[in-house]
Ligand binder design. Structure first.
Ligand code: GLN
Length: 273
């Protein structure tokens, strides 16, 4: 009789991924799986595993196969219509939360929210903050709304491209964004998970800085004096983003390193207006 153990032999995937796929098929915990890995399996379960295994072997990201991705300790639903939340983006959220500690009842804006991971994590961790989140993609907004509901976060979702989504919204204490920042010519777009993700969430179709530029240049009109903007960007863009911030009238401009030691988030304080 086939079991998890026998079917998983030499299946061509890392052990952790094999476990995650079986957990999905059988809807069981990892501990259960390990304790029962020699139990006989129903043929449908084996067929379902082979289907997921084939998708993974074809390169589909685990997060799309499983339908969720963990971010800041919570599971976020994802679909191929949204970028998969990345561990390095936790730096942006942590930076935002740190900043918000000094504000009372702050108003926060997340531009290009995707699955909503940034906005929802801020909403759930910054008590008293009110959060608005935008996206140009209706698919993304639908996923983000589902995540907010499932996780019990209050976020106002707005549809449109960057600041176009805001109708009469301004006076924010903080704007955050993880925009598409990969240059159109970057070979990484044709590799790994990125091949399966929505291209408009990854690249601006140009030099990688155009969305960052739009966000920086429009921020001043939507921020209160003394408010902050923090942006995630690519491994080689920190200097360019700091320059954009300085040119747009931001002070205390600085970059922060992610866990890999890469300058990944830059921001500053808006002192004009
Ligand atoms: N951090 C992602 C990557 O390098 C890109 C996300 C983005 O463009 N915002 O794969």
């Amino acid at each position: 009789m086939d079991s998890v153990h026998s079917v998983s032999q030499a299946c061509g995937l890392p052990r952790l991924e094999v476990h995650m796929l079986w957990q999905q098929v059988l809807q069981v915990s990892r501990a259960w799986l390990i304790a029962h890995d020699r139990d006989p399996l129903a043929p449908e379960a084996i067929a379902r595993f082979h289907d997921l295994q084939a998708r993974r072997l074809a390169g589909e990201p685990m997060a799309y196969i499983l339908g969720y991705k963990e971010f800041m300790g919570r599971d976020f639903r994802v679909s191929p219509g949204v970028l998969i939340p990345r561990p390095e983006t936790e730096l942006l959220v942590e930076t935002a939360l740190d900043y918000l500690q000094r504000c009372r009842a702050p108003r926060v804006l997340d531009l290009g929210t995707g699955a909503g991971a940034i906005a929802i994590s801020i909403a759930l961790n910054a008590s008293g903050a009110s959060i608005a989140a935008t996206d140009v993609s209706m698919d993304a907004l639908a996923v983000a709304r589902q995540n907010a509901q499932a996780l019990g976060a209050r976020v106002e979702f707005l549809s449109g491209s960057w600041y176009d989504a805001l109708v009469g919204h301004s006076g924010f204490d903080l704007i955050v964004s993880n925009p598409p920042y990969i240059a159109a010519c970057d070979p990484h777009l044709a590799q790994g998970d990125l091949r399966f993700e929505p291209v408009q969430a990854l690249t601006d179709g140009s030099d990688g800085l155009s969305a960052l530029r739009t966000i920086v240049q429009g921020a001043g009109a939507r921020l209160k004096p003394g408010a902050a903007l923090f942006l995630e960007h690519g491994w080689d863009q920190a200097k360019a983003v700091r320059q954009l911030l300085q040119q747009a009238g931001f002070t205390q401009v600085a970059s922060l390193q992610d866990l890999a030691g890469i300058e990944r988030v830059s921001g500053g304080i808006y002192n004009q207006g």
